[in-house]
Ligand binder design. Structure first.
Ligand code: HEM
Length: 232
């Protein structure tokens, strides 16, 4: 699938939206929710690590990893390393973010894994990890045969985009869930904080849309005469 437009403008909008989303989630967690702590009497400070690391990791750095082939004017071999390192960082931050959510629950006496958000979340992080390991082994080290890489690449792109869409959808669920908890404990439904949380989620979704739009304009790698993916 390739559109006759350049990916560059979409990648620029993606970078800008990434910065806006990060600022919004930091304003929310620091200014409105009191900041972060790994050890604290106030367990909410442990929870606050969760949305920030999930957004920064899986969504923003993961999104930048996806568009790195389009946004960086470098050789393909260099971009491959940047792609895998960014996804590795995204995965690591995602894992720490999920540990923070479990830590908050465990230390607050709240049950684990009771919500749709948490179930999809476990699915997302597991698929993200599997996708990364398969990509590493096949495309980087030790590396599969040219045939295997050629056959794997379209699936790698398809699964990658699918997992990314699931992650973004699950983030929106997470924002909705947390805001619903806060509103049932008295937070004003039309107050500043409620608008901030909803606009953070909207910015996240629009950022992800531009990430996907950056991928569509041209193939991820040069196509051969048969329109097939070439081995990378
Ligand atoms: C792709 C990104 C995300 C993933 C993979 C994810 C994953 C998870 C997981 C696995 C849990 C369960 C923890 C436990 O049961 O102890 C959880 C809890 C939670 N997450 Fe997320 N999360 C993501 C993003 C977010 C975001 C952006 C928010 C926004 C505030 C959020 C809000 C929550 C809340 C309120 C809980 C506690 C309630 C519950 O277990 O559903 N999450 N998350």
């Amino acid at each position: 699938m390739a559109l006759a437009v350049k990916a560059f403008p979409f990648t620029v909008v993606s970078h800008v939206l990434a910065i806006v989303a990060l600022i919004l989630v930091l304003v929310w967690t620091i200014h409105f929710r009191g900041g972060f702590a790994w050890e604290a009497v106030n367990k909410n400070l442990i929870f606050n690590i969760h949305p920030v690391l999930m957004l920064l990791g899986l969504i923003i750095i993961g999104g930048e990893a996806i568009i790195s082939y389009k946004s960086l004017p470098l050789r393909k071999e260099v971009k491959k390393v940047i792609h895998l390192v960014l996804h590795g960082v995204a995965l690591a931050l995602g894992i720490v973010g999920i540990i923070a959510a479990f830590k908050n629950h465990n230390e607050s006496g709240i049950a684990n894994l009771y919500s749709l958000h948490s179930w999809i979340g476990i699915g997302v992080i597991s698929l993200y990890g599997l996708q990364w390991v398969y990509g590493f082994v096949t495309f980087f080290y030790p590396g599969g045969s040219a045939d295997l890489r050629r056959a794997s690449l379209p699936w790698h792109v398809l699964f990658g985009i699918t997992i990314y869409i699931l992650a973004v959808g699950n983030s929106a669920l997470g924002f909705l869930e947390k805001l619903t908890f806060l509103e049932s404990s008295g937070l004003a439904k039309y107050g500043n904080e409620a608008f901030l949380v909803n606009f953070t989620a909207i910015t996240t979704v629009i950022f992800a849309l531009f990430v996907i739009l950056s991928v569509i304009p041209q193939p991820c790698v040069q196509e051969d005469n048969h329109g097939d993916y070439s081995a990378i």
